[in-house]
Structure formats: C-alpha cells, structure tokens
Design a protein around this ligand. Structure first.
Ligand code: PHE
Length: 515
C-alpha cells in the first residue's frame, strides 16, 4: 500500500483498523515497537495467539507492522541428559562414591556399587582425568582412583548448563559455547531442533498512526437486533465494511459453461416458436446421406471422414423407401432431376455409422411428419474422423433446425438465422453462397467476432430430390450450425480444444453466464 501523504489518508487508514489491530499496535508500542508475539498477547490482554497473529497479518497488509519469521536452533535434553540432570554426570557420581570410600577406590567399586553402569565406566575415567578430579593408577593389576585436591570439585560449566536445560529448551546462541560443545560431544545428552521464531515490529507508518493517536472503543462487528433495540449501537464504533479485504472465494458446484450455453440456445429457439426434437447418434448411411441426396461416391462418405460401426454393422431398411431414394439417385425419380446416374447400392446405404451431422435427425422427422407445417430444432453431438486442431474437433455439437410451411422462403431463412445470432449476442452476420448436395439455394453463415469472420454453419432450402421421396410438399428451410465455435466466441477462447480440457481453474473462474 502506498504510504498516506495527507492527514486525510491517515484518517482513512485508521478508520479501516479493527479493534484487535489497534490493540496489537498499542501493545507492540508499549514493548518498544518490536517483540515476539507472545509479549503482545500478554500486553494486549489477548486470549489466544491466533488473535494477535491474524491482526498482525492484517496490519502487515496495511503496511503498519512487519511480521518476521526466522528459523533458529534450540537445545534441550535428550534421554541420557535428563537422567544425568537428576543423578549427576557420571564423573560427579564417581566422586561421591570415592568420598564415601575415603578418597580412593577401584574400578570394581564403581561398577559393583551400582552408582555407574558398566558402559559408563570408561567414559567416566576419561572425564575424571580430563577434569583433574582424580588420579588413576595401576596397583596389582587393578585400576585405582584417587581423588585430587579437596575431593569436592565445584560444579563445572557443563553441569550448570545441564541444570539449566533441565528447566527447558534454550536457543543455541544463548549458551556458553565451551560447555555446550562439551556436552554436545557426549552421546545422548543434548537434543537440538530447529524452531521458527516470529517477531512483530512497527513500521514507520505504524509509528505514525500511533503518534496521531488511536482510540480504543468497543467495536461492533455485526449489528444485532438487540444493539438496535437498546440503542447501544450509538456508544460504539461500527467496524466499516472493507470490500477490498481479502476473502477466499467460494467455489461451489455449477453447470459446465457449455451446458449453460446449450440451455440458452434451447431457450432462444423455444422463444422463437420452435419445438425440440429428439435424435439418435447411430444411424444408417441411408438416412445420414442417401436420403439427403449425397451421392454414393461422395468423398465425405469415405472411411477417413465417417466413423462406420462394427456393432451394429448394418441396418435393415424399408424396401419402399429404398426404392424411392434409389430412383432419385439413379435418374431423378419423380422430381424432374436427372439424378447422379449409376447404380444405387442398397448395401452401401445399409451401413451403420455415427452420424456426421444432425441433419439426419431432421430428415427422419420429415419422413415421420410429411404433412403438417412445423418449426423444429435439435441440438446434438456429431462425429467426424477429423484431425484435431485449434478449430476442429472429431466430436462436436450442431444446432439444427427447419421451418416447413407453405410460404417458407430464402428471406425467411436469412431472417431467422440473423435473429438467432442477434439473440445470442452476435448482431453482425454474413450470408455467403454455399453448396450442399441437399439444398438449393445453399448458403454459409458467418459471424463477425474479434476482428474477423467466423464460419459457423450451413443452411439452405431442401431440394426436391430430398423432399419429394418423403412426401413433403411444402418448402423446407434448413440449417446446421456449429455449437463449439459459438462457444469459443462466447467464452473468449482461441482454441476450440480448451472447451473440453476441463481446466479446473478456468471452470471455477467461469461466470455462471458469459456475456
Ligand atoms: N449439414 C450441414 C453441415 O453439417 C449443414 C446444413 C444443414 C446445411 C442443413 C444445409 C442445410 O455442415
């Protein structure tokens, strides 16, 4: 935060301090402006450390306090050390025994007395000698110890340290270095560990705030009906609401943005008077292609574009329908068209596949409902054996629909598509001439986004080669639009694959509704 440069800034900063923050500042000031948090807990009359640390962190955020944490080494007693602290170091115990024996004794005496354990004896001899507490000699093959001097040596620095550590851990740097190194060299006496020590210090801004005077009033954090009814709120400060304060964001469950978009599209069509129809993924080549007057040798029917299925491998088709469609393909049937020529293969038509467009659902619907005028749409997944890249997916969704009524025409089709995109938030739509084997005229629909035109789908009016064999008399306006490209534009993505990577951060941050 920038330091305040006016009295007003300082006032605003102070008004943002909570009661606990003020208490921490005052307590810290009273202990000289820098201390460990424990002293602040005590001085400030806090109940728990967490109150101080939480307030201190907020103060740090506001630039009034520095919270410092540094690691250092502390020493305490290990198991052996605790034992020695009670019983005395082994050399001290040996002195006691030798005194009882009149100032002299053998090594045998030391072990049999129980004052020393066997493993302690060699070390004890070493320390007695080193400290000059006893002379060691050999007599008749026996090791004899004779006390030197008064026989009552004063406690050494190591013994003082041992007693001190018996009361609790101490930081390494606070200890007598020689005594510490001495005890450290002996096995099992000391135990070291790293601890983090926190310290709080007032910054110059913190001092400035204190100098300008802090008033500690009881503070209302939450207004209650009681405070209002009794009028007590008048005597207290109400803590200002800080909308800039950090708070963890709550990430609840929500629909995937794509689901939300699909729902929105559905609503737009329903609002425009359309009815949704249910369609299938698995279809025959007959309905997916032949009924749409797609020639049987069309390159898109090849394996590299269409996923043909092994189970089921084929569909059994209605002979009457096959005959009618075959006639249209071979010579135009009753439609006045010349057809594609050649011989229609029923076998090719029977093949089962994953639908390559949702238009197949529309055709099925027209077959089942040839007579009545209708406005229907469908939303669904389609499958194409395509290489994935930034704008292509092998599996994607189409937004499909038709208008069938006596007066249906091209202007109507353009109007409906423009209106659909306008309602979806894309007012700039471009219609270009296009080609599909099943429509005439045919057009491509582009939408302007991010400085360029995005190709979003195809549409047109079904050819007589399509409608006549189904018994449909009225003109049919039809369209099939890409959903994922629309989603990319809506979500502000530049790579279509990002819609499906399920990046959790992106999903969490995604608004419930993209504008
Ligand atoms: N089926 C076409 C496609 O998948 C789109 C389309 C639908 C074109 C209906 C014209 C009429 O691209």
């Amino acid at each position: 935060m920038d330091p305040p440069n006016t009295v007003e800034d300082l006032g605003r900063l102070k008004s943002r301090l909570s009661a606990n923050e003020k208490r921490v500042l005052i307590a810290l000031d009273s202990v000289g402006g820098r201390s460990d948090p424990e002293a602040v807990v005590e001085k400030g009359g806090f109940k728990v450390m967490a109150e101080v640390m939480s307030a201190a962190n907020w103060l740090a955020d506001k630039g009034l306090v520095v919270v410092d944490e540094k690691g250092h080494l502390v020493v305490g007693l290990d198991e052996e050390g605790r034992h020695h602290a009670i019983e005395g170091l082994p050399e001290r115990r040996a002195i006691g025994l030798l005194n009882e024996k009149g100032g002299q004794g053998t090594m045998q005496d030391l072990t049999s007395s129980g004052v020393l354990e066997k493993h302690e004896v060699p070390i004890t001899l070493g320390w007695l000698k080193r400290k000059g507490w006893a002379e060691i000699s050999k007599e008749d093959g026996q090791t004899v110890l004779t006390l030197s001097g008064s026989g009552e040596p004063a406690p050494g620095m190591d013994e003082i340290l041992l007693a001190m550590l018996a009361k609790g851990e101490r930081p390494v740097d606070a200890l007598d270095a020689e005594a510490y190194q001495g005890l450290r060299g002996r096995k099992g006496i000391l135990k070291e560990r790293e601890v983090n020590e926190r310290s709080l210090a007032l910054t110059s801004l913190g001092k400035q705030v204190l100098e300008s005077g802090l008033e500690l009033k009881e503070e209302i954090v939450q207004l209650t009906s009681e405070l209002l009814a009794t009028g007590k709120w008048r005597d207290r400060d109400i803590r200002p609401y800080d909308v800039t304060a950090y708070a963890p964001s709550a990430t609840g469950g929500k629909p995937h943005p794509l689901s939300t978009l699909i729902e929105e599209i559905r609503e737009v069509f329903i609002e425009m008077g359309f009815e949704e129809i249910a369609t299938n993924y698995v279809e025959s080549a007959f309905w997916n292609m032949d009924a749409l007057f797609i020639p049987q040798d069309h390159p898109a029917r090849e394996m590299q574009d269409t996923f043909y299925l092994a189970h089921p491998e084929r569909f059994s088709l209605d002979d009457g329908m096959v005959k009618r469609i075959a006639a249209v393909h071979e010579h135009g049937g009753e439609t006045g068209s010349t057809g594609w020529g050649g011989t229609f293969s029923k076998e090719t038509a029977e093949k089962a596949l994953l639908r390559t467009h949702t238009t197949v659902g529309t055709i099925r619907y027209l077959h089942d409902h040839p007579d009545d005028p209708c406005k229907v749409f469908s939303l669904g997944r389609v499958f194409r054996n395509e290489t994935m890249d930034a704008t292509h997916l092998p599996e994607f969704h189409q937004i499909e629909g038709i208008i069938k009524e006596p007066g249906a025409n091209f202007r109507m089709l353009v109007g409906v598509l423009r209106e659909f995109y306008r309602r979806m938030g894309f007012p700039k739509v471009r219609i270009r001439p296009g080609y599909f084997p099943y429509t005439e005229p045919s057009m491509e629909v582009d939408v302007f986004y991010n400085g360029k035109w995005m190709e979003l789908g195809g549409s047109g009016i079904f050819r007589p080669e399509v409608t006549e064999p189904l018994g449909v008399k009225d003109p049919v306006c039809a369209w099939g639009l890409g959903l994922e490209r629309l989603a990319m534009m809506r979500f502000g993505l530049t790579d279509i694959r990002d819609i499906y990577v399920s990046d959790v951060d992106w999903l969490r941050d995604a608004p419930l509704h993209f504008e």
